[in-house]
Design a protein around this ligand. Structure first.
Ligand code: UDP
Ligand code: MG
Length: 324
């Protein structure tokens, strides 16, 4: 690596109906870029890349005005609202061939912009992915904190392991993004997928603030949808749970069968009770196991259709000496 070539940073920011907050936060991001340039951490042609996610308000006009103001601002506009994850992905894929590092962040000023210094520092120390992790959630309401924390716990239990309290505030190198581009799946859950890319990664901690203006676009319903997408796009554990349940019910059924037979032969039962109980329990258990087994195959097909890369090459021997 050459010492004197500073990395070019793109800050990627998805925006949906953010006309009230964008004029406040855009200059903050620009100031951060200028500070990092002055501190000789990033190159002077670093920029902010806004992704307008089909906003219905004046967001895109504001972005266009900003882009005229300074070469540090740029933007892309999606054809329609595709949701936060898709908007962010669009921005990252746009940025990956133009810069050396990206930092993704929301445009509402909730995530501490100053954590970027540390992120870039970690990049200079060799990390390809740096996760921004919330150290506290005091500014969130109790309900938001409770639902968000349950979210990570349920996700983990369901086999979608994510970095705890990390949303989408993250530094990713262009190199990691180029590998990430090979993850062709349509159901995306970025924070659960980046750990799958590998490479050296680390976390930096920051405090999350309240939104500077406007309202959250992540009500409980969207959060549940995100959790469901996260689980189903990362794991087949729900299918395993069905199989396990089937086995458990079958065991219970077996015990009940023994009990019913004993009761039948000792003669203190209504006629027909033993046979119907046995049939119901037995079939219930068998059916669940059968569903689980079918599910396992569907799970395999599901994983196959994702056509994810089976490996990612981290380094090659001739990388170092720059052989042609
Ligand atoms: N966002 C987006 N498309 C959407 C919803 C949200 O691009 O359909 C953006 C939004 O502009 C913001 C970020 O995603 O920059 C996070 O949204 P928000 O702050 O509303 O969520 P919260 O922080 O409350 O979870
Ligand atoms: Mg927010």
């Amino acid at each position: 690596m050459t010492e004197n070539k500073l990395p070019k940073l793109y800050i990627v920011i998805p925006c949906y109906n953010e006309e009230s907050v964008l004029p406040i936060t855009a200059p903050m991001f620009r100031k951060k870029i200028e500070e990092l340039v002055a501190a000789e951490q990033i190159s002077a042609d670093s920029r902010i890349l806004f992704v307008n996610d089909g906003s219905k308000d004046r967001t895109w006009e504001i972005i266009q005005q900003l882009a005229k103001q300074s070469r540090h601002y740029s933007g892309i506009c999606l054809s329609r609202n595709r949701g936060h994850q898709n908007a962010l992905l669009a921005g990252l894929m746009e940025a990956k061939d133009q810069c050396d590092i990206t930092i993704s962040i929301d445009c509402d000023g909730q995530d501490d912009i100053n954590a970027m210094d540390q992120m870039v520092q970690q990049y200079h120390e060799g990390a390809e992915i740096v996760y921004g992790v919330r150290s506290k959630r005091e500014t969130d309401t109790f309900f938001k904190r409770f639902t968000a924390e349950s979210f990570y716990k349920v996700m983990k239990w369901m086999g979608a392991d994510t970095v705890y309290n990390h949303a989408d505030y993250r530094l990713v190198s262009a190199r990691a993004l180029k590998e990430f581009a090979n993850f062709k799946e349509v159901n995306i859950f970025l924070r659960g997928m980046f750990p799958l890319v590998g490479f050296k990664s680390t976390s930096v901690y920051y405090e999350r603030h309240e939104r500077l203006a406007g309202e959250s676009h992540y009500p409980l319903s969207k959060m549940l949808a995100l959790a469901f997408d996260g689980i189903t796009s990362l794991s087949v554990k729900p299918i395993r749970i069905i199989t396990t349940l089937g086995v458990c019910i079958s065991i219970v059924a077996f015990l009940l069968i023994v009990y019913a037979l004993v009761a039948y032969f000792t003669g203190n039962v209504v006629s027909g009770w033993a046979s119907s109980l046995i049939a119901t329990c037995f079939l219930g258990g068998i059916q669940l196991i059968a569903l689980g087994v079918i599910g396992e195959y569907i799970g395999k097909i599901y994983m196959e259709t994702k056509a994810r890369p089976r490996f990612i090459i981290g380094e090659r021997t001739d990388d170092e000496n720059g052989a042609e």
